[in-house]
Design a protein around this ligand. Structure first.
Ligand SMILES: NC(=O)c1ccc[n+]([C@@H]2O[C@H](COP(=O)([O-])OP(=O)(O)OC[C@H]3O[C@@H](n4cnc5c(N)ncnc54)[C@H](O)[C@@H]3O)[C@@H](O)[C@H]2O)c1
Ligand SMILES: [Zn+2]
Length: 364
């Protein structure tokens, strides 16, 4: 008997690889344990978290689900093959079987690591995502992409692993460090700019309440932002087309992150913020992005304390080189995502390298 209807999700991903609910509500984390006990049958459940998210929610979820719990150190360094091996062996020792469920309680690091485990252990067991950072709530927990890093590059070993369900509890964000919250806001602003003009208006009008993390306002904003991703992923799960718009600002952002050696002085959101500035200027120079859109974007990003210039020093040539190496760049030509209006984006724009160089120079 399926109890999924009991979740009454506002959002549901309907994609080729399956359909799953995205439940967004204050207190959602307290419903995970019972849901797991109902769905695991007699099989073991394993909660994966990091040392911070264990205290935020992991221990609570594991206790309510009567699950095994496995904790990794916080930070991007845990998203690697050695930790995947450690978790796989822990799963084997704990006796997880084909009916088991892996639960990721954490940010994008834990979600990607536990997701890769769920995609590969016994050739795949079920996965539930309980995101605890703003970025994970609005971005990484939805869409089914999971991966771990190699020394040779980020996200090189991974899979498509849609979860059974995503439980989003905005109340968990109360103690998220400001820098992490602001980083997640870059993805929120991006989502408004590419697909939801009304979200942009909300972000402008409610900026004080949002920065104070007023639970009702945060919940509304997360719900609207998730709706953008759920819609795009449902229409184009495997990124043959529209899903590319989610990469707005990311062509530059990924290159900046790589060229700076993934410096802790640069968050992903900061890189995306600078990258959206570059994309807006290129879009304007190409005659696709109107100047008032460029201005509104700059204004919104600044209002949330997001930068227009890189906070780390990187040479232009190094950045251009890193851009050419981006795994999404085809045959050296980067397909840019541009805004056509507030709330509307198009993808696959080619830009001459001299123009890219000019725009990049103004951002470094
Ligand atoms: N799979 C995807 O589609 C996708 C999309 C975007 C990003 N990502 C990946 O996500 C990762 C980044 O995720 P992130 O930004 O969530 O970082 P993260 O998982 O490292 O979390 C950031 C920090 O916040 C702490 N934390 C988490 N929740 C907290 C809470 N509620 N209260 C207090 N502290 C908390 C964590 O312990 C960590 O120290 C990257 O590896 C990136 O590649 C994946
Ligand atoms: Zn991103």
């Amino acid at each position: 008997v399926s109890t999924e209807v009991d979740l009454v999700p506002e959002l549901r991903v309907e994609a080729g690889s399956g359909s799953y609910p995205v439940l967004i509500e204050l207190g959602a984390v307290d419903r995970v344990g019972e849901w797991l006990r109902q769905h695991a049958g007699g099989s073991k459940v394993m909660v994966v978290c990091d040392a911070n998210t264990a205290a935020v929610a992991g221990e609570r979820v594991a206790e309510a689900a009567r699950a095994e719990i496995h904790t990794v150190p916080p930070g991007e360094q845990s998203k690697d093959v050695p930790h995947l091996e450690e978790l796989s062996r822990a799963a084997a020792r704990a006796g997880l079987d084909r009916g088991s469920i892996i639960v990721a309680v954490g940010g994008g690091v834990v979600g990607d690591l536990a997701g890769t485990l769920a995609a590969t252990y016994l050739r795949g067991v079920r996965l539930v995502q309980v995101p605890t950072t703003l970025l994970a709530m609005v971005d990484s927990s939805i869409g089914g992409k999971v991966a771990v890093n190699l020394d040779e590059g980020k996200n090189l070993v991974g899979a498509f692993k849609p979860p059974q369900a995503v439980f989003i509890d905005p109340g968990l964000l109360i103690d998220l460090p400001v820098r992490e919250f602001v980083s997640g806001m870059a993805e929120v602003i991006k989502s408004g700019l590419i697909a939801d003009a009304e979200l942009c208006t909300m972000l402008h009008n409610a900026r004080v309440e949002l920065q104070q993390r007023r639970p009702d306002v945060v919940t509304d904003v997360i719900t609207r932002t998730c709706a953008v991703k759920v819609g795009v992923v449902s229409r184009d799960e495997t990124e043959t087309g529209e899903r590319a718009i989610l990469n707005y600002g990311h062509t530059f952002a990924h290159a900046l992150e790589a060229a700076s050696g993934y410096s802790p002085a640069l968050t992903h959101g900061e890189a995306v913020s600078v990258g959206m500035g570059v994309a807006a200027r290129l879009g304007q120079a190409s005659g696709v992005t109107p100047s008032d859109v460029v201005e509104l974007q700059a204004h919104l990003l600044a209002a949330y304390g997001l930068p227009s210039r890189s906070p780390v020093e990187v040479a232009t040539d190094e950045l251009i080189g890193a851009m050419a190496h981006d795994k999404k760049a085809r045959a050296g030509e980067v397909g840019w995502v541009f805004l056509e209006a507030v709330g509307r984006a198009s993808w696959g724009h080619a830009v001459a390298i001299e123009h890219v160089r000019d725009a990049v120079e103004t951002a470094l």
